[in-house]
Design a binder for this molecule. Structure first.
Ligand code: HEM
Ligand code: HEM
Length: 166
């Protein structure tokens, strides 16, 4: 049952964001379209990484041995990409933030809620990366929890940032 909700949420997030960004937020400036495109790709990559939580959860919870083994193999393969995905997405977000700070900031005002939630998302991204780094070096119970909670909080905050209209 839960895996249905999980699949549906992923589908909704990815298809929903594509529809929202490309049909409801059109721009003429090519730079701004590049910034939107970078943010779109980055957010899909972040969602990929966040999904590791649900994969590990399913591995712990499932009673079917076959499913357990299949998911474990899958997660081992995916974790090889986890850090590369995080770094690529972060570079895309740096481009996104840069363009918006210089192109949209002056028009919208640096105190606009869209901008404020952008800075907040960025700070949470840095903390997530740091927590991931700590966990990678030495995985203690606290570090595992810290990376997981911060990653989830970051996701909620960037989704709010994305949905705020300007
Ligand atoms: C200093 C940091 C940031 C600033 C100043 C910023 C600013 C902005 C602005 C002004 C827009 C609206 C552009 C438009 O109308 O097309 C936007 C859109 C977006 N941002 Fe950010 N952002 C920042 C960080 C982030 C982060 C960390 C994420 C995480 C994934 C993110 C994800 C998105 C997404 C997905 C959109 C597309 C939605 C839309 O076009 O309204 N941004 N950002
Ligand atoms: C900003 C992007 C990132 C997001 C959204 C993210 C998210 C997650 C999530 C949700 C989990 C599963 C946690 C659990 O169930 O306990 C996880 C695991 C992990 N992450 Fe990240 N992470 C990111 C970046 C990083 C970075 C940069 C590193 C390392 C430098 C890292 C290292 C790890 C490690 C080592 C695990 C544990 C894998 C295992 O148990 O085998 N993460 N991450």
């Amino acid at each position: 049952m839960y895996h249905r909700i999980w699949t549906f949420s992923n589908f909704l997030l990815i298809i929903g964001s594509i529809i929202y960004i490309w049909f409801f937020r059109p721009h003429d400036s090519i730079l701004i379209v590049i910034s939107q495109f970078s943010a779109q790709i980055a957010m899909i990559l972040f969602i990929f990484n966040v999904n590791m939580y649900f994969i590990f959860l399913l591995i712990r919870k499932t009673k079917q041995r076959k499913v357990k083994i299949r998911l474990a193999t899958f997660s081992r393969y995916f974790m090889k990409w986890h850090i590369k995905i995080a770094i690529t997405a972060t570079l895309l977000i740096i481009g996104h933030s840069w363009i918006n700070l210089f192109k949209i900031g002056p028009i919208l005002g640096y105190g606009h809620i869209k901008m404020l939630m952008g800075y907040t998302s960025f700070i949470f991204l840095l903390v997530t990366l740091f927590a991931g780094y700590l966990r990678h070096k030495k995985a203690s119970g606290f570090r595992k929890k810290f990376h997981r909670i911060i990653a989830m909080t970051f996701t909620v905050i960037f989704l709010i940032h994305m949905l705020i209209p300007i």
